[in-house]
Design a protein around this ligand. Structure first.
Ligand code: CMC
Length: 434
């Protein structure tokens, strides 16, 4: 919404000139300053490494108020969705903008379920990896390879193909994540069972073996679904921005999501769930927590409290609160109420939240702080945690990809830079170089 009256005036004292920059209002949240004509008008670029103050796109999908600890998808609070909705319904909401009617929900679940199998030849991709490959490496490769298998859903200019790509990606990610795990432990791949729900099916493909019957635990299946829902979208984070940037060149959707998976892998982003667990194990005992907090405050140590801090949240991450509750439910169900890692995590949170360093810098637990404890208790090896994040975030990536692809004029993303390298100089032949 541009308000014709709203401008920011910028004065360049060096050139004695003034520029008027339009100010644009969103539906909620901070206004933005429109700098699209800034270079043309001033001959200067803006400079914002890390995008701390830059809005990269317009979006109607997710809103975060980091100071208040608020997260909403299409206007619905994450707390309400986590309690009253489920992952697939939330994915529909992210993609189509509204909660589905009963009939629309039934059709949507049917569409997703229809696509749960992967092309049989994809098995060869899995078997080409070393058994000890990180599951995220396998997932990156296999998802990128989907574009070599599903040619009838790679044209982003065709709305029908876009929709089929979206169904395929959401449907196949649990199968791919489960296969990556099965391959790493040397067990046979388990085909999806379409009578099961999305989360149940994932648990079944991950933990069942052909030699034994597998009984789904409804409490664990509900917790799995909630973990997926809590990770479904988080506006313009690094991986979603990567998907948008890749897609802005009109690359096919499978390639774009593979790019998102690669970006998610790092420990500052989705890889933090693995890093938190490794950190808790390294701390080892409740008594060592004080020392770990001290080390995290010492910049020269290179150590940070993983699962703490967030670029946007300067308050408790609302997802972390729900995750903590889910953690209690799962550990109760599994008779692990006194999990030593949970005790270390609780102590760490308690000490950090009273510490001036963390209070001043507004560093609170984020979504990854408790998720690893739940996943480990459910039986997932630590190196699979980030594949579960990727599986869930695919809903958000796809929603953003759909939103961007349906814009009438999609512009290629092309940031500029502050160049500080050498100015023009003459080439020196090799025999004359010192
Ligand atoms: N432990 C200790 N100090 C920290 C931490 C931490 N976890 N996080 C930030 N700080 C300090 C940092 O040293 C800096 O101090 P100073 O201002 O004195 O230089 C200040 O707080 C601001 O940190 P920053 O790195 O400039 O903040 P950022 O917004 O660029 O980074 C972050 C955000 C999430 C990468 C960072 O907080 C971090 O590395 N956290 C640990 C990793 C983590 O849990 N990541 C998951 C994020 S949530 C899920 C997701 O998005 O995927």
């Amino acid at each position: 919404m541009t308000d014709a009256q709203a401008f920011i005036t910028l004065t360049d004292h060096e050139k004695n000139q003034q520029y008027k920059l339009p100010r644009i209002k969103g539906s909620v949240g901070p206004d933005v300053v429109d700098i699209r004509k800034f270079y043309a008008d001033t001959g200067m670029f803006t400079f914002d490494p890390g995008f701390t103050s830059t809005g990269s796109c317009e979006s109607k999908i997710t809103f975060i108020d980091g100071d208040q600890g608020v997260l909403m998808h299409r206007g619905y609070a994450i707390e309400d969705l986590a309690e009253k909705s489920d992952f697939l319904e939330t994915a529909y909401l992210l993609i189509y903008g509204e909660l589905p009617s009963a009939k629309a929900k039934q059709d949507w679940v049917k569409h997703i379920t229809y696509h749960t199998m992967v092309h049989e030849q994809l098995i060869k991709f899995f078997t080409g990896f070393r058994r000890d490959a990180h599951p995220m490496a396998v997932m990156c490769g296999v998802v990128g390879a989907l574009s070599a298998f599903y040619h009838d859903s790679t044209d982003l200019h065709d709305p029908h193909q876009r929709e089929v790509a979206c169904h395929r990606l959401i449907a196949k990610m649990p199968t791919i994540a489960a296969m990556a795990y099965k391959y790493s432990v040397g067990q046979p791949f388990v085909y999806p069972q379409n009578s099961l729900s999305y989360a149940e099916n994932f648990l079944y493909m991950t933990f069942s073996v052909p030699a034994e019957p597998y009984k789904i635990n409804p409490i664990l299946a509900r917790a799995m679904d909630r973990i997926f829902l809590l990770h479904a979208d988080h506006e313009q984070n690094a991986s979603t921005s990567t998907v948008r940037l890749a897609s802005s060149s009109q690359a096919n959707p499978f390639a774009c999501i593979a790019a998102g998976i690669a970006s998610l892998w790092g420990p500052a982003h989705g890889g933090a769930n693995q890093a938190v667990l490794e950190m808790l194990m390294e701390i080892g005992r409740k008594e060592n927590v004080g020392e770990a907090v001290k080390k995290a405050k010492d910049k020269s140590s290179g150590f940070r409290l993983m699962g703490f801090g967030h670029r946007v949240y300067k308050n408790y991450d609302p997802r972390a609160k729900i995750m903590k509750k889910t953690c209690d439910e799962v550990l109760n169900e599994l008779g692990m109420r006194h999990d030593p890692l949970l005790e270390i995590a609780i102590e760490l949170e308690r000490i950090a939240l009273q510490d001036d360093y963390f209070i001043e810098k507004k560093l609170y637990p984020n979504v990854d702080f408790y998720s690893g404890i739940i996943l480990r208790a459910m039986g997932f090896p630590i190196n699979t945690f980030t594949t579960l994040f990727a599986l869930a975030r695919t809903a958000g990536w796809v929603a953003h990809w759909m939103e961007q692809s349906s814009e009438p004029q999609m512009k290629i993303g092309r940031p500029r830079q502050l160049y500080t390298g050498p100015a023009k100089r003459d080439f020196v032949p090799v025999e004359k170089r010192g």
